[in-house]
Ligand binder design. Structure first.
Ligand code: BT5
Length: 262
């Protein structure tokens, strides 16, 4: 991966700008810093390796060199993104699912921010936002994908089993082509982020739909219920003890109810 090759491969997309790093701490940090300066909407930071890539709540996201995709998009929010900021996570997840489908892989979204292939985590999404009062200034949509098998962390370091696109496909992929497909899908879905079609597609891609799940939130006792779908803000609708419950975005873990993992 190099800057010239990336710029060429992504030249047909309406990106605001592109910064590439062989190695970086976190692409989200670089994107936040660039956004605080003059970055235009849809500018992208891409790195071959991250040394302190992060997930939610201070967890680590591992991005070894020459095998993964790690990038952060700077989104200057549209009116609809201001109204429904949580849909930005769905946007990233749907784009990943579409790019996987183009390769013949059916990906599922483990709400709120993981993308699974055959029940294993192949990608994670981290949206970080900057607010002035009630106004959303910028959202950074950070995406990490295990593209090649070498990007998968050792099992002992994980909360949930991992996989890679290469592993599920049975052959390597061109990372830059996959990135282009993700971004093209993302730009296409972004234009529809306010539509019912977007919400239906997001809902349809959810893992464990119609199944019993456990939602584990901070230090609260787990909530068990049947996963029904999403509300218009991307909150998770469950049927629990014969009542409808909606769980909003936050520091949440979702598991199948009979799951023995972590
Ligand atoms: C996430 O958090 O899954 C969000 C990951 C977002 C990473 C992107 S890469 C570009 C941008 N720059 C950043 O610094 N971050 C974003 P969470 O749901 O909290 O999951 C984190 C957990 O996933 C860890 O605690 C590990 O158990 C597991 N994990 C770490 N690296 C992994 C990998 N490469 N593949 C699968 N699982 C991993």
């Amino acid at each position: 991966m190099n800057e010239r090759g990336l710029k060429k491969a992504l030249s047909s997309l309406p990106l605001g700008g592109l910064r590439y790093f062989d190695s970086i701490g976190s692409t989200n940090d670089e994107a936040l810093a660039w956004a605080a300066q003059d970055a235009r909407d849809l500018s992208i930071v891409i790195a071959d390796e991250q040394t302190v890539g992060r997930g939610r709540a201070g967890r680590k996201w591992l991005t070894p060199p020459e095998s993964a995709l790690a990038f952060s998009l700077i989104l200057r929010p549209t009116e609809i993104e201001q109204t429904h900021p949580a849909r930005t996570t769905g946007l990233g997840a749907l784009a990943l699912a579409d790019a996987c489908l183009k390769l013949g892989l059916r990906a599922q979204i483990k709400w709120p921010n993981d993308v699974l292939i055959n029940g294993r985590k192949a990608a994670g999404i981290l949206v970080e936002s900057v607010w002035t009062g009630d106004s959303l200034d910028v959202s950074i949509l950070g995406i990490g994908v295990n593209a090649l098998a070498a990007s998968m962390p050792p099992a002992g370091q994980l909360l949930f089993p991992a996989t890679s696109v290469e592993t599920e496909l049975g052959h390597p992929i061109e990372r830059v082509d996959f990135l282009r497909d993700i971004l093209a899908a993302l730009i296409g879905w972004r234009a529809r982020v306010g539509t019912d079609e977007f919400m239906q597609a997001w809902e349809k891609s959810l893992a464990f739909r119609g199944e019993q799940v456990q939602v584990i939130k901070d230090n609260e006792s787990p909530l068990t219920g049947k996963l029904l779908g999403l509300d218009s803000d991307g909150g998770l609708r469950l049927r629990s003890n014969n009542k409808s419950v909606t769980v909003q975005f936050g520091e949440i873990h979702l598991r199948p109810a009979d799951d023995k993992i972590g």
